[in-house]
Design a protein around this ligand. Structure first.
Ligand code: HEC
Length: 178
């Protein structure tokens, strides 16, 4: 008898917990958006570090793909392995026109990080019927190699870049389930 009562109590407690979880969508939403942002920040930290190291050394590697090409190839490869995020290198004044902003959020975010290099831009987008958390981070000229190579490129719309300037941004997208 005792154990039956205990079982019933446990079952009721489980039910109450479930009801609470269902009735607290704000909390669940809050928890999810914080972790989505943290995920985007972490993804960005890794890509940015790889880009920095590669961009600062690849100029010396004859025949190696450029840093932007490396990023594209890695981003494609990750997609084919089913990653739950995507990323791209963009700029409002790109060397390669394909690296220009592709969505309104990219346009706004790139303008924001160009004006506030220390701050990141976070928003949500609807693309192809799906919702995304979109984060945009400034890509700054952290080494002389960035400035020298960009200023010397015949396709570059800018010749006056200096160390520390914002050359564009990294866009990270995480799909949101609703
Ligand atoms: C050896 C030359 C070289 C170096 C060094 C270099 N870049 Fe680039 N970068 C390029 C070229 C070329 C492209 C465009 C080519 C492409 O998309 O395939 C590009 C593209 C970019 C883009 C995308 C927008 C655009 O202009 O097309 C950003 C942002 C960028 N680079 C930032 C940086 C930063 C920051 C550094 C230094 C940490 C750096 N680059 C170092 C050659 C270079």
């Amino acid at each position: 008898m005792k154990s039956k009562t205990l079982n019933l109590t446990l079952a009721l407690a489980a039910l109450a917990l479930t009801a609470w979880a269902v009735a607290a969508p704000e909390k669940t939403h809050l928890a999810r958006s914080v972790s989505t942002r943290k995920m985007a920040d972490s993804v960005h930290a890794v890509i940015a570090a790889d880009q920095r190291v590669y961009a600062e050394t690849s100029a010396r590697l004859e025949g190696a793909p450029g840093h932007a090409e490396l990023l594209r190839r890695a981003a494609r490869s990750i997609q084919t392995h089913g990653a739950e995020f995507s990323y791209a290198l963009r700029s409002l004044q790109p060397i390669a026109t394909a690296n220009g902003p592709q969505t309104e959020a990219e346009q706004t975010g790139l303008a924001f990080v160009a004006a506030h290099p220390g701050g990141n831009y976070y928003t949500e987008e609807e693309l192809g019927g799906r919702s995304y958390f979109t984060a945009i981070y400034a890509e700054r000229a952290t080494a002389a190699a960035c400035v020298d190579c960009h200023n010397a490129n015949p396709r570059s719309p800018r010749r006056d870049l200096k160390l520390g300037d914002v050359l564009g941004g990294i866009v990270v997208r995480v799909p949101l389930e609703f």
